[in-house]
Design a protein around this ligand. Structure first.
Ligand SMILES: [Zn+2]
Length: 109
């Protein structure tokens, strides 16, 4: 069993782009909530709540982006797909579902 590094890299690059686009969009919304044409922003409380939600989403997207970037550098230095705890090969299925996984199933618990 071996990992297709090229495919993994492609997946990671796609994810990276997705997260970067998402972060840009959320940042835009937070800075210019009035640009949101589908929403009514008269209600400030709703607007603040929405911004809170967006801030959370952005924190999440930034965190995921860091994972993705780490995974990409692990591809470069040849440690991609190895569990950080036991050093064993991470299950292929797991990597397919989560290309930036750093732990095998056993140690991800
Ligand atoms: Zn492990």
């Amino acid at each position: 069993m071996s990992i297709d590094l090229q495919a993994a890299k492609q997946d990671l690059l796609t994810l990276k782009e997705e997260y970067e686009t998402r972060i840009d969009k959320i940042e835009d919304h937070i800075q210019n909530p009035q640009d949101d044409l589908n929403e009514h922003w008269e209600d400030q409380a709703i607007s603040y709540r929405q911004n809170d939600m967006r801030t959370n989403l952005m924190v999440e997207a930034r965190q995921s982006l860091i994972y993705v970037e780490n995974a990409l550098s692990r591809i470069e230095n040849g440690t991609y797909g190895k569990c950080e705890v036991c050093g064993e090969q991470i299950e292929e299925q797991r990597l397919q579902a989560l290309p930036y996984a750093t732990l095998c199933m056993e140690h991800a618990e």
